[in-house]
Design a protein. Structure first.
Length: 229
């Protein structure tokens, strides 16, 4: 039993659409409810000593969803970032957004860049949104950077690739949480979660409570991490 608090938690926030469907609401209502869960979860994690929280917000595969839902998600991200930036600054939380951000609208890119800059001085934790993100895409982009940097094949190792990932300053996640009852990684942080502990719950993301977070942290604290040894 370690009794340790994870330095970095990664979360697959699954179940927003099912939550809305169960209430006969449009999908975007579930995503909006999910934003409220992000706020309380990040704050509670910080209070418990977690330094990094990375949230899977929109995958590279999510573009296949209906045009109306995708458009609403983009608008929700921009609205949320603009609204929450002041609170993040006050809370001392640094925002980072990872993914293929160049494929987003110029307006959304500017909103993201503005919030990232405004919160850059935060020293009380980092919240990272994985948006237009895919784990395989991240590894492909890292390999492209190796090629662009003309790194000789003999010098390509794990460290060389890792420092070209989207957030090389982040430690690897210690704990991967998945809500919504599914048991898969879903192309999230494939490189980084190689030795992460995993915890899953049937609870849909909008209903994920601080008590659920505490249950995940308690499970983590009871585990002995071996890292393949």
């Amino acid at each position: 039993m370690t009794g340790a608090v994870p330095q970095h938690i990664a979360i697959v926030m699954d179940g927003n659409r099912r939550w809305a469907r169960n209430r006969h609401l449009p999908a975007i209502a579930g995503h909006r409810a999910g934003v409220e869960t992000i706020r309380r979860t990040v704050r509670a994690a910080r209070e418990r000593g977690v330094e990094y929280v990375t949230l899977f917000s929109f995958s590279t595969e999510n573009w296949t969803r209906g045009e109306e839902e995708v458009g609403a998600l983009m608008a929700l991200l921009e609205e949320t970032i603009r609204r929450e930036t002041k609170t993040l600054v006050e809370d001392g939380v640094r925002l980072k957004v990872i993914g293929r951000l160049g494929e987003l609208s110029e307006r959304l890119q500017k909103a993201i860049a503005g919030s990232v800059e405004a919160t850059s001085g935060g020293t009380r934790g980092t919240m990272t949104l994985a948006f237009n993100y895919g784990g395989r895409a991240e590894i492909v982009d890292a390999v492209r950077r190796l090629v662009d940097d003309q790194v000789p094949a003999a010098e390509v190792d794990e460290a060389a690739l890792a420092k070209r990932l989207y957030a090389p300053d982040h430690p690897d996640p210690d704990l991967l949480i998945r809500t919504g009852g599914e048991l898969r990684v879903s192309n999230f942080l494939l490189w980084e979660v190689a030795y992460a502990e995993m915890w899953a719950t049937e609870v849909l993301w909008p209903d994920f409570s601080v008590a659920d977070l505490d249950q995940a942290l308690a499970s983590y604290a009871e585990r002995e991490r071996r890292f393949g040894r």
